[in-house]
Design a protein around this ligand. Structure first.
Ligand code: URA
Length: 228
């Protein structure tokens, strides 16, 4: 993509983009470029007046979601997009699937509709791991009912989910589907209660290193490996 078009995609008007390039305020991978049609490739780092510009077609982000944010794109609400730096808030960026307002941890965001479909499509059974803090110690009977698959009071059938005790009231649970409030409702169905819930892994991708509220860019390659 041409450098001027790249800047426009990143939020500059055509006139601003051309001016920035002409006055030598734009670098690509650390080298000043004053040619409007310089070809920008995937993975190139473009700075305008020292600020990174995101003009690539697809964007993949991982966010360590804090409690209190909802997974929508409505700017009038306390939504997860408010945690994303402006330069990455490009058209079409949305959370991939949903975490409840009080659930924390791993959340992908992207504008790539195919990826979103692949991740949330029920037929794919992509595994998702959660760490939960329960009100009461997990009993063998509760673990057994969850791991053999249970039916909720409203008739929702849940696939078997692997539950592992991590501490007296701390457990890990792995789902291969994503139904509404599923973890909370499964524990409620067996007579327990989820006090805290955090998603720690999706497919092959584990949430590490990010502070709460922080997000990071992912390469298309890293995203591909989530499904391997
Ligand atoms: N299950 C829940 O109950 N809540 C979430 O946010 C995710 C899975």
């Amino acid at each position: 993509m041409r450098l001027d078009a790249y800047l426009c995609r990143g939020g500059y008007s055509r006139r601003e983009a051309q001016k920035m390039i002409k006055i030598k305020s734009v670098t690509v991978n650390g080298i000043v470029q004053n040619n409007l049609s310089f070809p920008v490739k995937e993975g190139d780092l473009v700075l305008a007046a020292g600020e990174e510009v995101w003009g690539q077609e697809w964007i993949y982000l991982v966010l360590n979601k804090p409690a209190g944010y909802i997974c929508t794109t409505d700017p009038g609400t306390q939504c997860v997009l408010n945690l994303i730096p402006k330069k990455y808030r490009i058209k079409g960026l949305s959370p991939v699937g949903r975490l409840d307002k009080e659930t924390t941890g791993l959340l992908f965001l992207s504008n790539d509709g195919q990826l979103i479909h692949r991740m949330i499509s029920p037929g794919k059974h992509l595994s998702k791991e959660y760490a939960a803090l329960l009100r009461d110690p997990l009993t063998e009977e509760q673990a057994g009912r969850i791991s053999s698959g249970l039916t909720l009071a409203d008739g929702t059938v849940c696939r078997p989910a692997e539950v592992t005790g991590l501490g007296e009231k701390q457990v890990s649970i792995v789902l291969t589907e994503g139904k509404y409030h599923q973890v909370r409702r499964m524990f409620a169905a067996v007579g327990n209660y989820v006090c805290e819930l955090r998603r720690t892994r999706v497919g092959n991708f584990r949430l590490e290193e990010l502070k709460e509220g922080e997000c990071r860019l992912l390469s298309a390659d890293t995203v591909r490996r989530i499904f391997e």
